[in-house]
Design a protein around this ligand. Structure first.
Ligand code: 5CA
Length: 445
């Protein structure tokens, strides 16, 4: 992508309404613009990051055996009356009336709709287990939308729902998501800690929130510091083996959000207890037959008995993640994207636009990158060097290739790593080899 063509409206000043660093940087880096309170438009760079997050979330969902569907944003109030949540949900639910005076709502979550779908087409134990997910916009009329995309009113969520014949099956589905979430967040460059959590309006009595420690987080959390050093179940794991012991490896340490924190039960020695703030990026629930009973989702078991389907639901705040990642990865100059979700992997800065030799070298590097399908943002604007450097640091691409007049005399360019500013000279001719030697997807450096 050429910077001269790109719609990337960066700002020099911090917008006054933005109280936390991720909101400030998302505005300054031209990623989002507010449409109205808690509702945002995603501009090209922001949307690229959002899509990259979706891709990783999808890959891990698929790998766990979940299947992607797409449910609508608008739902019928009747479904929610069946579960009893139409009244319970209160003012957070955006209620709409259509031209026939039918009551509708903009979905804040999808337990009712998915249970309704499944109840009609899953009738036998032979159809189970199933796990269905979608990535769709939700609306919750939050009292205090704030912090940009972190607490929006309209926000993008990945939600999935598991359906099993019995408790053992449902627990296995829950455990799979537990591990799948650890892997997903790790691939996004985050250390997310699963913590015992309150279930709120979703219901049930087993639930974990996945929390990123950050001073700007809205939740107060308590956990054993040893959780920070645990290894993430790695590539190629088999979800059918050792699943319970993988989960036990995490749940044996104390970790709870403030609603679930019980000081007398917490035996972690003071020096090992982390009391901190955190951002909830995911939340998983097991609630048994709460919805299936009320919404008539039953199957016949192998003995011909009619049993209610055992369910769980699992959410990831996809749009919130963009803010959470920036909260945990930035410096005073701007964002520092993990490679796995960077909007472009490399930024190319031409310091002498208009100079035939500079332009030619840059075009060569740029077309070479295209050849290897590596995302590159080429700053070909006729701007001052200082502006280009500041902009490139602000938008936080992992690598910068700087083409300046001095180096060109000897055929070298500067290769700079955003995370620590480390830079080295590289022969122009060596760039293709360097690119080929790196994996610009899914890997951290
Ligand atoms: N039905 C369940 C699981 S799918 C559910 O809705 N869970 S939830 O309420 O915990 O939401 C799932 C995730 O969505 C949260 O962990 C959080 O990361 C994200 N989320 C919730 N509310 C907001 C909001 N107002 N703005 C941005 N993200 C949000």
């Amino acid at each position: 992508m050429r910077r001269s063509n790109l719609f990337l409206p960066t700002l020099k000043e911090n917008p006054t309404e933005a109280q936390i660093v991720s909101h400030r940087l998302m505005m300054r880096a031209g990623m989002i613009r507010q449409s109205t309170a808690g509702i945002y438009s995603w501009l090209p760079m922001g949307y690229r990051v959002l899509q990259k997050i979706c891709k990783i979330v999808r890959e891990e969902q698929d790998y766990s055996g979940a299947q992607e569907i797409l449910m609508p944003t608008i739902q019928s109030a009747d479904l929610w009356r069946k579960s009893g949540r139409y009244e319970d949900y209160g003012k957070e639910m955006l209620r709409i009336t259509d031209r026939h005076n039918r009551e509708m709502l903009y979905g804040p979550t999808n337990e009712e709709l998915i249970t309704d779908i499944v109840s009609k087409d899953i009738t036998s134990y032979k159809d189970l287990p199933k796990n269905l997910y979608h990535i769709q916009w939700k609306f919750r009329d939050e009292v205090r939308p704030r912090f940009g995309v972190m607490r929006g009113r309209e926000f993008l969520m990945k939600d999935n729902y598991s359906f099993d014949l019995n408790y053992e099956g449902a627990k296995r589905s829950y455990n799979k998501m537990f591990i799948s979430y650890l892997r997903t967040f790790s691939r996004l460059g985050l250390k997310a800690i699963p913590m015992a959590a309150d279930t709120g309006p979703i219901g049930g009595d087993l639930s974990h929130e996945f929390i990123i420690l950050a001073d700007t987080g809205e939740s107060e959390v308590f956990c054993d510091s040893r959780l920070l050093d645990l290894e993430i179940p790695s590539e190629g794991i088999d979800y059918n083996e050792n699943l319970q012991s993988m989960v036990d490896n995490w749940t044996c340490y104390y970790a709870a959000t403030d609603e679930k924190h019980e000081p007398h039960k917490c035996t972690v020695p003071d020096e090992m207890l982390i009391k901190a703030r955190g951002i909830e990026v995911g939340h998983i629930f097991y609630f048994g037959t709460k919805y299936s009973q009320k919404m008539n989702a039953f199957v016949q078991d192998s003995e011909g008995n009619k049993v209610a389907i055992e369910m769980g639901s699992y959410g990831i705040g996809v749009s919130r993640l963009v803010g959470a990642i920036i909260e945990s990865s930035h410096d005073e100059k701007g964002i520092i994207w993990p490679e796995s979700i960077a909007p472009w992997s490399i930024g190319l800065i031409n310091l002498n636009v208009g100079d035939p030799e500079s332009d030619e070298i840059c075009e060569k590097i740029y077309s070479g990158c295209n050849k290897y399908s590596v995302d590159m943002l080429y700053d070909d604007r006729n701007e001052r060097a200082g502006t280009k450097f500041a902009d490139m640091d602000l938008i936080g691409l992992p690598w910068q290739i700087i083409v300046g007049p001095r180096g060109l005399k000897t055929g070298v360019v500067e290769l700079k790593r955003r995370v620590d500013g480390e830079s080295k000279e590289m022969l122009v001719g060596d760039i293709p080899e360097w690119i080929k030697g790196r994996s610009f997807c899914d890997k951290e450096y």
